[in-house]
Design a protein around this ligand. Sequence first.
Ligand code: PHE
Length: 359
Amino acid sequence: MDIETLQTELMAAIDSSDTLEGLEAVRVSALGKQGSVSALLKTMGGMSPEERQTQGPVINGLRESITSTLAAKKAELETAELSRRLATERIDMTLPAHETPRGTIHPVSQVMDELAEIFADMGFAVAEGPEIEDDWHNFTALNIPETHPARAMHDTFYFPDDMARDGQKMVLRTHTSPVQIRTMTSQEPPIRIIAPGRVYRSDSDATHTPMFHQIEGLVIDKGIHLGHLKWTLETFLKAYFEREDVVLRLRPSYFPFTEPSVEVDVGYSVINGKRVIGGSEGWMEVLGSGMVHRKVIEACGLDPDVWQGFAFGTGVDRLAMLKYGMDDLRPFFDGDNRWLQHYGFNALDVPTLSGGVGA
Ligand code: PHE
């Protein structure tokens, strides 16, 4: 068969292919190991130099034109296939969700909703701040200067120096406390806010993950004292654990940004070998708190002789574990559907104080 006839036949075969599989079969028949064009290319080895000079360009030209025509046809068939799928595949957005409730609300989201509901009832608004924070908001304004040993406690993820902003080194925030600063510098007191969100520390084991969740609380007003703090925490923890017999133990502690500082434990009882919140057989630490340090109030441009307040911070994941009985933190962030089916919450069951925040 002469080259011209072969070319005409192959072009016709490519042109009439209407599926990607059919086109691939044509490609193999021409350019595959046993293909007709490959066979022609092989004959060049046995040609005399003169013959090769005339035949070489013709055979190579054939190969090139077949290759490019194949590629063009392939692109055309792929576009047609995509258009066909776009025209035929549809999702019916009106399908009622409650007939097949497949997804679940993650316990962290559930607990954040529960906390927002509880604190909204006490007149707290929800505030937010960035997860990529500058050194001043995360540390300095919170009375943790550069040389302060508390910096070492935080296992901070620092950004490289060349990512500094306005001369400030950037960090992944190590706690939600910088939201205290952002709120005090942007709002007029009186202030009552909670700030839930992600925080980051370089730490990992069964009860620590490099990313976890905290919730911060801040009250700034006139004449605020430790009694207000104690009442607020007691009211919050009773509502959260849905028991009247929640007993708190306040221990003196130290945070650079509060003075005095108070660590709060809740009592538990052991029932059938399991720890149950309520009573006082043993104690579990649940949060850190204290009266906002004068220096912090001053750093935010407020007069500490006029404005006082309290702040608290606690781990949302830890609160979820205590209430819903998980003992390992790591599966919280694995995205394993079996875990989510087991510990997740019904998407249509929104926590309300009247209906029970516990879902
Ligand atoms: N920011 C503290 C921590 O991450 C918790 C805290 C918040 C303590 C507010 C006191 C007041 O451990």
